[in-house]
Design a binder for this molecule. Structure first.
Ligand code: FO1
Length: 451
């Protein structure tokens, strides 16, 4: 039995006989997926068929071709995996607000289930779909260990306020996943023509093709094992060193839902030999990640200046007129053509590899604030570049991270200074104290452009 607290109902509806549809959206995997497990429980209990659908949108928050390729190549594997369980997977194309009601009507579905997503554009899709159907519509948090709407009823100030709330509930929710069951012969969906779909992609090509990252649920589990075997022992001291290979590299798999953060937590929980690494990683994986969902879910201005706390708005307003030592527009930032070799290296790392080290992301965003005429323009530029190039962009983690860097969200006030006001300041010398800047810049400048 799936813990009912992981589920909330988006609309009531009349009970009828017909397939249960799981609209897969954020959690694009067959296993360790609470939304799919809930949908299957409903279907098996009532002897109904189970269908999984995914709606391919023509655009998504400035996602580029390489992001769509990564996502679709992951979905191909999910389609194949579901087939082994007699669960049909249908790829729909177009606006979800039209496509989901259409498939509900055509299939005579009795229940609609989707996975939880705090992003406002996805919430709008669901609202539109909910308004056009008259069957029950459930949403299941398959991404967070403690469901977002259970962890807290409001936007939290920071990790220090949400941490006790999550830790109190962790034992109840950090449980092993039930196995997906094989359905009796189910209705046969038409085969998805994946080659045609991938050839038909029309998104802008931005940055390198990233063929080195292998998408999909199976690759995500391999990446988790590799992290545990090779990186975890040194994670505690290397995680803040951009010149080292000290990060998990799991964020693109979390972003596209190829890996459940709960699966990673269950695995890492066993690694008691490295308590420091374990503490550091679980803080990022559980507290920081669920804080980002909390921020986007309860603060609909998560991508704008209005989303900042009043202390931050006041201090940034008080320094609007400060002279900026350097001024760059989005194009110059995008080219990585500023006066700062460290900043340029971080931008180059993101364009070529589709990722940027966590420590550099903070420096990268804060310098955009410092070298842009207004905080609003800085936020716009940082979000634009992050969403266009990061493999894990277009994600609550990204919006929360940028709001932290530029607007002090989930941070506190620091000593007042030019442009930043009381927003935490970072500079080149601060980076030099933390890690070998030349080594990092060198590593990026010798990156193979053919990635
Ligand atoms: N979600 C969809 O339901 N349909 C899409 O076509 C789609 C495209 C897409 C492209 C890049 C990207 O980073 C995310 C994309 N998403 C899409 C959203 C994704 O499924 C998650 O909802 C978000 O990443 C938020 O976690």
């Amino acid at each position: 039995m799936i813990n009912p607290a992981r589920t909330r109902i988006l609309r009531e509806g009349e009970k009828r006989q017909g397939p249960v549809i799981y609209w897969m959206q954020r959690d694009q995997r067959a296993h360790d997926n609470w939304a799919l497990l809930f949908a299957q429980e409903l279907a098996v209990k009532s002897g109904l068929e189970l269908i999984v659908v995914f709606c391919l949108a023509p655009s998504f928050n400035n996602a580029a071709l390489r992001h769509y390729r990564f996502m679709l190549n992951g979905l191909i594997k999910t389609d194949a995996e579901l087939e082994k369980y007699n669960i049909p997977f249908m790829l729909l194309k177009g606006k979800a607000g039209d496509e989901i009601p259409r498939i509900v009507k055509e299939s005579g579905a009795s229940v609609l289930v989707s996975d939880f997503n705090p992003l406002k554009n996805v919430a709008a899709w669901k609202k539109e779909a909910a308004g056009k159907i008259n069957i029950p519509f459930y949403e299941v948090d398959a991404h967070n260990i403690v469901p977002c709407f259970i962890a807290s009823p409001k936007a939290e100030f920071g990790a220090y306020t949400i941490r006790p709330k999550i830790n109190r509930l962790l034992d109840a929710y950090l449980e092993e996943f039930p196995r997906l069951k094989k359905m009796k012969i189910n209705f046969k969906a038409p085969k998805n023509n994946w080659d045609e779909i991938i050839k038909g992609l029309r998104q802008e090509k931005a940055g390198n093709d990233l063929s080195i990252y292998r998408p999909g649920e199976d690759e995500a589990l391999k990446a988790l094992q590799n992290f545990m075997d090779k990186v975890f022992p040194v994670y505690a001291e290397k995680r803040n060193d951009p010149s080292a290979e000290g990060t998990s590299g799991l964020s693109p798999y979390f972003h596209f839902g190829h890996l459940a953060p709960q699966r990673a937590a269950l695995a890492i929980e066993r690694l008691t030999d490295y308590p420091e690494s374990q503490k550091g990683f679980l803080e990022e994986l559980i507290i920081r990640r669920e804080l980002a969902d909390n921020f986007c879910f309860y603060n609909r201005s998560y991508d704008s200046f209005d989303g900042f706390h009043s202390w931050a708005k006041e201090t940034l307003n008080a320094h609007r007129k400060d002279k900026r030592e350097y001024i760059y527009d989005a194009a110059r930032f995008e080219e990585g053509a500023t006066h700062d070799t460290l900043w340029n290296a971080a931008q180059k790392e993101m364009v070529i590899t589709g990722r940027m080290h966590g420590f550099m992301r903070m420096y990268w965003a804060k310098k955009i604030l410092e070298w842009t005429p207004s905080p609003e323009e800085a936020l716009k530029t940082a979000i634009y570049l992050n969403d266009k190039y990061e493999l894990d962009g277009r994600d609550p983690n990204g919006y929360a991270g940028i709001a932290w860097a530029i607007g002090g969200v989930h941070d506190r006030a620091w000593g007042e200074r030019k442009v930043f006001g009381k927003i935490r300041y970072m500079n080149f010398n601060g980076c030099k104290r933390k890690f070998n800047v030349d080594l990092y810049i060198n590593k990026i400048n010798t990156l193979n452009e053919q990635i």
